[in-house]
Ligand binder design. Structure first.
Ligand code: SF4
Ligand code: SF4
Length: 146
C-alpha cells in the first residue's frame, strides 16, 4: 500500500488539513501493457470512489474511502496503535515528506478522477480506443445482457 510519492510538501500542516490522507489509500498496479490491461483500468475507474494516478511511470489504484477511525474532529481515533504506514506518512517542512495534502490530484504526474479523464489520456498516448478480441462463445459478465 502506498500513500504517495510527492515532489514538494504542501503549504499546510495536519491541524489545518482535515485528515486528507485518512480518506483514501492507494495500491500499485502492474504497469499496463496490453489492450486488456488498459481496458481493465477503464473497468476499475468505472466504479464509484475509485481514481487512478501515475507517478514516475508507475500506476496506482486509489480507493477514496475514509478510515473508520478518523474522528469528526479529524483526529486519529486509534492514535497510539495506528498502523505503521500512518506513523511514517506525514507532513513536515523538508523535501522528503510523503504528504500530498488535501488536493487529490496534488503532485501526481497524472491523476484521473473518472473514466472520461482516463480515456482522454489513453487516447493521447495512442492506447484507446482499442478492439478487445472476444473468445468464441464468450458470455458477458452479467450473463449476456450486454
Ligand atoms: S499528513 Fe498531510 S494529508 Fe495527512 S493530515 Fe497531515 S497534512 Fe493532511
Ligand atoms: S488509523 Fe488513524 S492515522 Fe491511520 S488512516 Fe486511520 S485515522 Fe488516519
Amino acid at each position: 500500500m502506498v500513500k504517495s510519492s510527492p515532489k514538494k510538501p504542501p503549504a499546510l500542516n495536519c491541524q489545518d488539513c482535515g485528515g486528507a490522507c485518512c480518506k483514501y489509500f492507494a495500491l500499485e498496479l502492474d504497469r499496463p501493457k496490453t489492450s486488456e490491461d488498459f481496458d481493465n483500468l477503464r473497468w476499475y475507474i468505472a466504479h464509484k470512489d475509485i481514481s487512478i494516478f501515475i507517478d514516475k511511470k508507475d500506476w496506482y489504484l486509489q480507493v477514496n474511502t475514509i478510515c473508520r477511525y478518523l474522528t469528526p474532529e479529524s483526529q486519529c481515533g486509534i492514535y497510539d496503535r495506528r498502523p505503521k504506514i500512518c506513523r511514517v506518512y506525514g507532513w513536515d517542512t523538508t523535501e522528503e515528506t510523503e504528504c500530498h495534502g488535501p488536493e487529490p490530484d496534488n503532485l501526481h504526474d497524472h491523476y484521473f478522477a473518472n473514466l472520461e479523464e482516463l480515456e482522454a489520456y489513453l487516447k493521447k498516448i495512442g492506447k484507446y480506443p482499442f478492439r478487445i478480441k472476444k473468445k468464441p462463445n464468450e458470455r458477458s459478465k452479467n450473463g449476456g445482457l450486454k
